[in-house]
Design a protein around this ligand. Structure first.
Ligand code: MN
Length: 400
């Protein structure tokens, strides 16, 4: 008998004002959705998707991988119809990643967008799903290196989302349910802040799925929390060890012998695509040229727009910082033969030119000649008082 134990956590993060992520923990079905769209539309999209997924999956009766794919399609249709019916929600969309224990004692997962499913198997973390993300696809096609991808300005652009078109290709993954394996469903707010190596070590270190879920969310917040962050941790256990959410199946110990896919080594995850919606790399490109483009374009523009707003904010902060530095100090310099105290940096910095803070009656003739070069170059002092004392010392030295 195979069972599951699950834990979950979600948080708005430290930057966003609303949490547009949604999660579902209703054994045998687990899901994460990351909504996006103006105003409250992102929250609506992810909520409608989760609800649509659960309702379709529940009403289908027997949980199978096909049931899960159909449920994802139903979720897509529900979000799309909602957007069609409400002008202010046009262009909203959501990611969806879902994992289900199926009646044959195995696991099925579906994915659309850039939320992720990871598996920890024999202590090693492997990303099961492939992000439907422009930059990730360029990496997969060998057109971009991983290093280039991490700093690419368009790395947030998704190529597929739920609710944007009436139909969407859904990636399906068939997995062996091996006791000891741990699955992690998460929105991009987690991997955006926490490196895979750290995710792996936390998943290994903490035994309790709820504890590790909370810790992963806390870690994302400690490292910036720039986005909503949501995680669902699902442990595959022997039926006897399952404390919550046990799903009884008859697959039992001989499941490995009867499954069509070999024991689940990370590199042997069967990645299938729904047959009715056969999706090949070329068909993804074709889809981008379909008449539905205006919707998709607006959807993409929203994320690009967000990126440029962030870029402007960073630039403004940098400019303010430079200004503070440029105007922050004083120096003793020359105006003609007059010793003068300036505010700013000698020679100026960018568009910040030094200004006269205090004129003195001291001229170069009242100063030891050996001090003239340093004054001419601009003798920097932290405060106006310190600069005045420096001038006093120059005069005193000459008199002495
Ligand atoms: Mn997100």
């Amino acid at each position: 008998m195979i069972g599951v134990r699950a834990g979950s956590a979600t948080d708005v993060g430290l930057v966003r004002t609303t949490n547009q992520d949604q999660l579902l923990v209703e054994s045998p079905l687990f899901a994460v959705a990351d909504g996006m769209g103006g105003a409250a539309a992102g929250e609506v999209a992810s909520a409608v998707a989760i609800e649509g997924l659960r309702d379709a999956f529940d009403s289908a009766g027997e949980p199978t991988s096909q049931t899960l794919v159909d449920a994802a399609q139903a979720a897509n249709r529900a979000v799309w119809e909602k957007a069609e019916a409400h002008a202010e929600m046009r262009g909203m969309g959501t990611t969806l990643v879902a994992l289900a224990l199926t009646s044959d004692g195995r696991l099925a997962a579906v994915n659309v967008g850039d939320s992720r499913l990871y598996r920890l198997h024999d202590g090693e973390l492997q990303q099961v799903t492939a992000d439907h993300n422009l930059v990730a696809e360029m990496v997969a096609e060998g057109r971009l290196s991983q290093e280039e991808a991490e700093v690419h300005p368009r790395r947030n652009i998704m190529t597929r989302a739920l609710g944007v078109d009436p139909d969407v290709p859904v990636d399906l993954f068939a997995l062996d349910a091996q006791p000891g394996d741990r699955y992690l469903l998460c929105s991009d707010g987690l991997p955006r802040e926490v490196a895979d190596a750290l995710i792996e070590s936390l998943l290994r270190r903490l035994a309790d799925p709820q504890e590790v879920a909370s810790e992963l969310v806390d870690e994302a917040k400690r490292r910036g929390g720039s986005d909503n962050v949501t995680v669902v941790v699902v442990d595959v256990v022997d039926g006897d060890a399952a404390q919550t959410g046990v799903v009884k199946t008859d697959a039992g110990k001989d499941s490995a012998a009867t499954t069509m896919i070999p024991a689940a080594a990370p590199d042997r995850v069967a990645r299938q695509t729904e047959t009715q919606q056969a999706e090949k790399p070329s068909s993804v490109k074709r889809r981008r040229n379909k008449p539905s483009r205006p919707l998709r374009a607006r959807f993409i523009t929203w994320r690009v727009g967000g990126f440029f707003v962030l870029l402007l904010a960073v630039a403004a902060a940098a400019a303010a910082g430079i200004g503070w530095y440029a105007r922050g100090g004083y120096f003793v310099g020359l105006r003609g033969q007059q010793i003068t105290i300036f505010q700013g940096r000698p020679g100026g910095l960018l568009w910040f030119q030094p200004t006269v803070a205090r004129a003195t009656t001291v001229t170069t003739s009242q100063v030891e000649p050996r001090h003239i070069p340093e004054v001419a170059a601009g003798q920097q002092e932290p405060t106006l008082t310190a600069a005045s004392q420096y001038v006093d010392r120059l005069v005193a030295e000459k008199k002495a």
